[in-house]
Design a protein around this ligand. Sequence first.
Ligand code: SF4
Ligand code: SF4
Length: 437
Amino acid sequence: MIDKIEKAGISGAGGAGFPTFFKLGAKAEYYIINAAECEPLLESDRNIMLRNAEKIISGIKKVKKIIDFKKAYIGIKQKNTDCGELLKKFIDVDYIEVKILKNIYPSGDEQVMIYEILGKIVPEGGIPLNIGVIVNNVETVYRIEKAISENEVFNKRYVTVNGEIEKPCVMELPLGISFSDILEFAGKKKGINYIAIDGGPMMGKITDIKDGVVKKTTSGILFLSENHELILRKTQSIKNIFAQAQASCCNCMTCTELCSRYLIGHRMEPHKIMRALCSQNFDEKIFEYATLCSECNICELYACPINLSPKTVNQFLKEKFRKEGKKINIKKDSYEAPEERSGRQIPSDRIINRLDIKKYYKKLEFKDEIPEFTKVFLKLSQHIGAPSKPIVSVGQNVKKGDIIAEKNGNLSMPLHSSVDGKVVEVGSDTIIIEVSI
Ligand code: SF4
Ligand code: SF4
């Protein structure tokens, strides 16, 4: 079974794109299915559960045969309790349970979810497997089921399309379809210069419309005006961010008090990093602490009363630390979440109000129809690990599902065509296929 998952090119659909065959190569006591739809405005997990509940349960049973877990928990936010009720109808074994989680952000962060469900804490710098847990996103489980039962490869995915557009919805889109084709379909409004966010409003990445394409990790696309406050916050230059921090940070500690990793007992204290930035006094510990940041963005987009950007500072230091080839060495013997944790959790509604995105927050319907498109742009790197290695050449005809790039090392993944068509370009990072008419 693991062979089929590998050959289907399945990597994590919920975040970093970790190759699924590799993750399921270990044994674990607990298997957690992350269906929390952590980010406000995204509805992809919700729609995948409503349409495929039986297949998701069947996928979990298949994973049981691979990793022999003792218990599987499906973590779902209260707002999607109806999805939980639907899944329960297909659960006929005692080792699968639906867990309803509070509507807080970031309950879909895998370490936060593990704490909420099992009361266990992943060690600093560690992974869930360190405490006997494997976590997969709900779409990943669905893809596992499709790969094993129907030999289907991972060449399309559920994507929420939302923002300042006429027709927000959820669709199952072919990998490689461009953001510009999607925006045309979703209904542009007059007089808006659009910028896209690939992902949700909190953790999503700013993407130029002309460069954006759907990847295995694209759970949602938000199309917003270039003048929206969220876009302005996310496009500040690092120079400005540093200057503002040095001029204005009063070290009030609010960023630390609300930090999602601090609240599970990790020594992630962003105010100390800001203090070090102000005094330009960086010791090794500061770099190490920065690596503990999950980039949930609570500190930057919610906590700081004067709109400073601790997350971006952490990100910068983390990258510097990585480039210098330094290793994290900060594990404690035991961990305990602070007592004040429950009172400091942030309801998703408050995040929605703070980010000025309430008008986009609604239940979204699934659309069977998809945008018209003439080309797909398939990225060779849609997963952690080395990019896939092209095995097609310009002019070659390919069918939907054909392998077009192969695994290129241990953690690498194969890539498949998402359309019937002709290869028109094989670049260093993208294969372009023109769709057959
Ligand atoms: S970054 Fe903001 S929240 Fe954090 S210590 Fe400075 S002023 Fe306070
Ligand atoms: S982004 Fe901010 S709140 Fe989130 S883990 Fe990092 S430091 Fe903590």
